[in-house]
Ligand binder design. Structure first.
Ligand code: AMP
Ligand code: TRP
Length: 346
């Protein structure tokens, strides 16, 4: 064991956390926030954090270039508004580090075709237009994600439940590379909080709240006018009966609202159940609508203020890319060396 803790020498390095989010909407959803970004904020104290906007991943389905650029900025602004702190966290854009695409290629070379085809997200997304219409990039998406992660040798990757299978692939690929060549990568662990791992659609509480929801009424977009959000909460689908009780099997709609309520206020399910005993769904939803408004109003104001100063956002990203590059370039060099690539002469 090192004696640095007692000698007052440099403190031991903190373990790392890393995660990414795609710039594929004009606003984060409540699912993005409760499932992922909130944990990013919480983990900043104890870990050395790397958080990035996965713009290369966004390209796996067709994007309008102008819209993509704007969404990348709004994604960064929302991270800052949510409390990700550029002093403590490296905040960057994936495409600013060519190491991601480069290690992504190496990951593709050690992934089996059948293994990639089993990824449920690929199956779902390619099912829409038929597999033949899906891009090769969409197929290779999980290998790029594995590279994103492995470059930083993080301990934890905080994500929502829908990313679990991708994380398992990243672990498999890390293990495969390590045993085929030499120990290079750390096997990352998912950090998925049970309570908020999956936030459900307000109108269809058996499917995930998602940007691609069939009806906009089921989706809370954090940058919407708070009045619109309040209305969506008040008209959320509830279940038969009138009892406010956490029971995901019997009462998926009410349970989803309880999850959201509890996550935003810190009140336990039991406390909330007691508070609304006998008062029916109306009062419950009315109060939750208020809680939501109190949360989204300052979030939206901060985001809009940050969007007014793109030069500031660019500086945050340049700084974040610098911190990320210091780590990623070394890992990539190790990986290139271990597979037998000749280093370029200087
Ligand atoms: P994406 O917008 O697909 O890049 O997702 C960003 C993060 O939000 C990922 O960690 C997802 O797992 C998480 N996420 C997205 N939708 C939900 C949801 N409905 N419930 C919980 N987490 C979610
Ligand atoms: N695929 C993730 C999502 O859609 C985004 C992502 C890309 C990511 N690379 C990552 C998440 C690396 C965690 C780690 O949510």
């Amino acid at each position: 064991m090192s004696d640095s803790a007692t000698s007052g020498a440099a403190p031991a390095a903190r373990p790392r956390v890393l995660s990414g989010i795609q710039p594929t909407a004009d606003s984060y959803t409540l699912g993005n926030y409760l499932g992922a970004v909130r944990q990013w904020v919480a983990l900043q104290d104890e870990f050395e954090p790397f958080f990035f906007i996965a713009d290369l991943h966004a390209l796996t389905v067709e994007q309008d270039p102008k819209v993509l650029r704007e969404r990348t900025y709004v994604a960064v602004a929302q991270l800052l508004a949510a409390g990700v702190d550029p002093e403590r966290s490296a905040i960057f854009v994936q495409s600013h580090l060519p190491e991601h695409a480069e290690l992504g290629w190496i990951m593709q070379t050690i992934t089996g075709f059948g293994e990639a085809r089993r990824m449920t997200q690929f199956k779902d997304k390619s099912a829409k237009g038929g597999e033949g219409a899906a891009s090769v990039g969409l197929f290779a998406y999980p290998m790029l994600m594995a590279a994103d992660i492995l470059l930083y040798r993080p301990q934890y990757v905080p994500v929502g439940e829908d990313q679990r299978q991708h994380l398992e692939l990243a672990r498999d690929l890390a293990g495969r590379f390590n045993s085929r060549y030499k120990k290079t990568f750390r096997l990352p662990e998912p950090y998925i909080l049970k309570e908020t791992a999956k936030i459900y659609d307000l109108q269809d509480p058996t499917s995930k709240m998602s940007k691609s929801a069939s009806s906009p009424n089921g989706l809370v977009s954090l940058l919407d006018d708070p009045k619109v959000t309040a209305k969506k909460i008040r008209s959320a689908v509830t279940d038969s009966g009138s009892e406010v009780r956490y029971d995901p099997e019997e009462k998926p709609g009410v349970s989803n609202l309880l999850t959201i309520y509890s996550a935003l206020t810190g009140e336990s399910f039991e406390t909330l159940e007691q508070k609304y005993a006998g008062s029916g769904y109306g009062a419950f939803k009315g109060d939750l609508a208020e809680v939501m408004v109190e949360f989204v109003t300052p979030f939206r104001d901060r985001t809009l203020a940050l969007m007014a100063d793109k030069a500031h956002l660019d500086r945050v990203l340049a700084d974040g890319a610098g911190k990320a590059r210091a780590v990623a370039s070394r890992t990539l060099a190790d990986a290139y060396d271990r597979v037998g690539l000749v280093p370029a002469a200087r």
